[in-house]
Ligand binder design. Structure first.
Ligand code: NAP
Length: 294
């Protein structure tokens, strides 16, 4: 099976390359090989490589910056999946489009099912929702899979876990508290677990809307506290900083975020034949991995 991977240098892209099953012929494209802001480049890549699947892990992921760069966010997150889907419809390939819990408004207060209506709150979520819709419209539900995930992090790249590790070190040193939002809830998801789920999508030919996250639920505050505790256990921190819960209103950001975006993954777990680890176990795995690479 030939797979074209986009966003190969991102945190998910890197995890996908590490977890690649042996028989797969992988064409890994970073930004230099395939500019997702160019629909023409997307179509040409599909026409040239004729992949059985495109695994679209590339995305414009700067949630706040997207508010001031809507054209670019829309080009990458909606235009690229549309162009890939259109080209794949012609070549006979399939598309795995990775998407986000930020397509939901967060107001319902219990986990979202894969087929629920979307209502994003910011440009990033809007752009990802448009990408989902384009894939479905141009390729159809039998030849595409939209796999949503939440709060993705891993041992490399730019993510909450690595930022908090750094801040725990700094704040513990200075004796200042670390103030973290406690009224937004979802589930942190480690990249290696999501990468395994992505490869299962291809192996099991899973299609339609799917959800994948680690198990459990947490606020950013809970996640930050656990990063401190487990960071000490993994030998990455001498001691954790004091973490103080604050409200979203006390930490204004350019983009609005859903306050409760837990994904109901039960049907997808069955379709993939995979059980996720609890998010705290996922966190310990990631921290141990950072520990050994230092
Ligand atoms: N991060 C999260 O918390 C989160 C949560 C839910 C869902 N997701 C989704 O999960 C997927 C993977 O996210 P991630 O966290 O791995 O993102 P990431 O680490 O930010 O990686 C995204 C990759 O896309 C590439 N990219 C951006 N613009 C591009 C362009 N114009 N042309 C080509 N490549 C471009 C980036 O290239 P450079 O390396 O050159 O910048 C980067 O390598 C995305 O679909 C994202 O929407 C992420």
């Amino acid at each position: 099976m030939r797979v074209l991977l986009t966003g190969a240098n991102g945190q998910l892209g890197q995890a996908l390359m590490v977890a690649k099953p042996k028989p797969i012929e992988l064409i890994a494209c970073g930004r230099a090989e395939l500019d997702l802001a160019s629909p023409q480049a997307c179509s040409e890549a599909v026409r040239f490589y004729r992949p059985d699947w495109v695994l679209n892990a590339g995305a414009y992921t700067a949630v706040d910056k997207a508010e001031s760069e809507p054209e670019l966010a829309l080009a990458v997150n909606a235009g690229a999946p549309a162009a890939l889907a259109e080209a794949l419809a012609a070549s006979g390939g399939r598309l795995l489009q990775v998407s986000t819990d930020f397509v939901f408004n967060g107001a319902q207060g219990f986990p979202y099912l894969p087929h629920q209506a979307v209502e994003p709150l910011g440009i990033y979520g809007i752009s990802k929702a448009r990408g989902e819709a384009a894939v479905l419209e141009l390729l159809g539900p039998q030849l595409s899979c939209v796999l949503r995930t939440s709060w993705l992090y891993g041992p490399i790249g730019k993510n909450f876990c690595l930022t908090m590790l750094r801040l725990h070190g700094l704040k513990a040193e200075s004796g200042e508290p670390l103030r973290v939002v406690a009224d937004q809830v979802a589930c942190p998801t480690h990249t290696a677990g999501l990468a395994e789920a992505c490869w299962k999508v291809l192996a099991n030919e899973v299609v339609g809307f799917q959800h994948w996250s680690d198990a459990g639920a947490a606020s950013w505050y809970d996640f930050a506290v656990a990063i401190g505790e487990l960071g000490v256990l993994a030998g990455l921190l001498e001691r954790p900083a004091l973490v103080v819960p604050i409200t979203t209103a006390e930490y204004p950001t350019a983009a609005r975020r859903p306050c409760y975006s837990l994904l109901d993954c039960s049907t997808s777990r069955a379709a993939l034949g995979l059980e996720p680890v609890h998010w705290r176990d996922g966190l310990l795995k990631v921290l141990s991995c950072i520990g050994t690479s230092n």
